[in-house]
Write a protein that binds this ligand. Structure first.
Ligand SMILES: Cc1ncc(COP(=O)(O)O)c(C=O)c1O
Length: 496
């Protein structure tokens, strides 16, 4: 008879039932699988692009074992603003290959052979297996429909023995959907304290709650020092395939997890880490980290709404039929953002991916004639049609200042100065920033046949929708829209 090469704990490990179910469902047509926690949309485009950009920029190497410092800092900022809990980016956060790896690390790091872990069930399929693989013993604690699938303190007490090392909870719960009440978690906390137990809290679904509030376990009194918090990106940001998550907790515990991670994984996928940073920035709507709240309430106080620019108005404002005989005034070289005349009533046109310097000349001239405050070229200084190219091809012909800036930098700056912005929607990143822009005046001009994204239409108190016809014309339209915005604002008495 063949020798049993596999270790007993592996040979006896039951295959995951839900996987079997998933495989069956995958062969059937017109059946929606509710078997696996998989968001039914793909990762949002700005996140995908961040990943692609990082690859193209040559970020194809290992990161530090714990993950990129920027990611760890963003995770800390995110947990602080979402749950009011504070972790150390240096030592208190570990970027992992999903919560799956974090679970494995947590169990391996804390369990000695035979240690018991109490697991409220039904639960995510891996919980028991991870305990077994780490040499521990899973102790199931059933929860019931009648109790709203909450953990009952009396049952938890009964499940605890002298060998109990930890309680592994997962709320919001997969598969029951239960969100633990504060009261039931306080009971878990009380018992954990009383029996000196660790709590591993899988909060992967923390943002997917509807009408109830998720309580982050380490925020409960006395729990910070005895909790390993697991979180991630798979569900909240539809990033299951990227394989990125994290463990957070007291430095001494997370250092233990990091030691195993260092020898088994090395570092979480670099591309996924970069994409995760973008996801957190997207989620927080951080506009170059400019404070937005007061501006948002100010915009709510207005209430101007324009949905369409008439052809006549466009013609008048765009300068298609004039102004002619424009005086050209020499005004030096392209400025930095800080050199632009930013103040109440400023209107800028922000342009991305200029087709050729001639188009840019057209729009600068129109902006100039219309008395706009400036033109901002979005993108890198190395863009072939950036300010340097414009200057070289046309000379410094216009009095309207031209600046060059990155998209995020520009939106952050504009938000900080409460500035009206008109931008064409050349890229998803730009759309994203415009959609998150706190002013009512962020405007996206869709390419031909393309509507404005719902996210943009659904917010702000002034939107202008203009069909695009061609590059040079589009640029003029952008100026026209900027002027229209300015005019509407002025008439509404919104500007001093
Ligand atoms: C409760 C729970 N925890 C963890 C995981 C694993 O997630 P990840 O993709 O972050 O490894 C899942 C996946 O379905 C889950 O439902």
């Amino acid at each position: 008879m063949k020798k049993q090469y596999l270790a007993d704990r592996v040979a006896t490990l039951k295959p995951s039932g839900i996987r079997k179910f998933f495989d069956i469902v995958a062969t059937m047509q017109d059946v929606i699988s509710l078997g696996i926690g998989e968001p039914d949309f793909t990762t949002p485009e700005p996140i995908v692009r961040a990943g692609i950009r990082s690859l193209q920029a040559g970020e194809t190497h290992y990161t530090s074992n714990a993950g990129l410092m920027e990611l760890r800092e963003q995770i800390c900022a995110h947990l602080q603003s979402l749950h009011g809990v504070s972790f150390e980016p240096q030592g208190g956060i570990l970027a992992t290959v999903g919560v799956s790896e974090a679970l494995y690390l947590a169990m391996t790091a804390i369990l000695n052979p035979g240690d018991e872990v109490v697991i409220p069930t039904p639960c995510f399929v891996s919980y028991q297996a991870e305990v077994i693989l780490a040499g521990g013993v899973p102790v199931e604690l059933p929860t019931y429909f009648e109790d709203g699938f909450q953990v009952r303190a009396d049952k938890l007490e009964e499940a605890i023995t002298a060998r109990t090392k930890a309680i592994l909870i997962g709320f919001p719960n997969n598969p029951t959907g239960a969100v633990a009440t504060r009261q039931s978690l306080l009971e878990v906390a009380r018992i954990a304290e009383q029996h000196d137990l660790l709590v591993v809290s899988d909060e992967l679904y923390d943002q997917l709650v509807y009408g109830v509030k998720h309580v982050c376990f380490p925020t409960l009194p006395g729990m910070y020092d005895r909790t390993i918090l697991l979180g991630g990106f798979s569900k909240n940001y539809a990033m299951t395939g990227w394989r990125i998550g994290f463990a957070a907790g007291p430095v001494d515990l997370i250092r233990g997890l990091t030691r195993i991670h260092q020898y088994t994984i090395m570092s979480a996928p670099t591309t996924a880490q970069v994409a995760a940073i973008e996801a957190l920035i997207v989620a927080a709507g951080r506009l170059g980290r400019a404070p937005a709240a007061t501006m948002v309430s100010e915009q709510e106080a207005r209430g101007v709404r324009v949905t369409r620019v008439s052809d006549e108005l466009f013609g008048r404002l765009s300068g298609r039929e004039g102004p002619s005989g424009l005086a050209a005034i020499v005004r030096g070289s392209p400025a930095g953002l800080a050199d632009l005349p930013a103040g109440p009533g400023s209107v800028f046109v922000a342009l991305h991916e200029i087709g050729n310097p001639g188009n840019l000349g057209t729009i600068i001239r129109t902006a100039n004639a219309a008395g706009m405050s400036g033109v901002v070229l979005l993108g890198r200084a190395t863009d072939p049609y950036g300010p340097a190219a414009v200057k070289a091809s046309m000379g410094a012909l216009f009095s309207t200042p031209v600046a060059q800036a990155g998209v995020e930098e520009f939106f952050g700056w504009a938000a900080g100065h409460q500035i009206a912005v008109v931008t064409t929607s050349a890229t998803a990143t730009e759309r994203f920033w415009a959609a998150s822009y706190p002013r009512p005046l962020a405007l996206l001009l869709g390419a031909e046949g393309e509507g404005l994204p719902e996210a943009v239409l659904g917010r702000g108190d002034l939107q202008v929708s203009i069909p695009m016809t061609g590059t040079a014309e589009s640029l003029n339209l952008a100026v026209a829209a900027g002027l229209l915005i300015y005019e509407v604002q002025r008439q509404a008495g919104a500007l001093a």
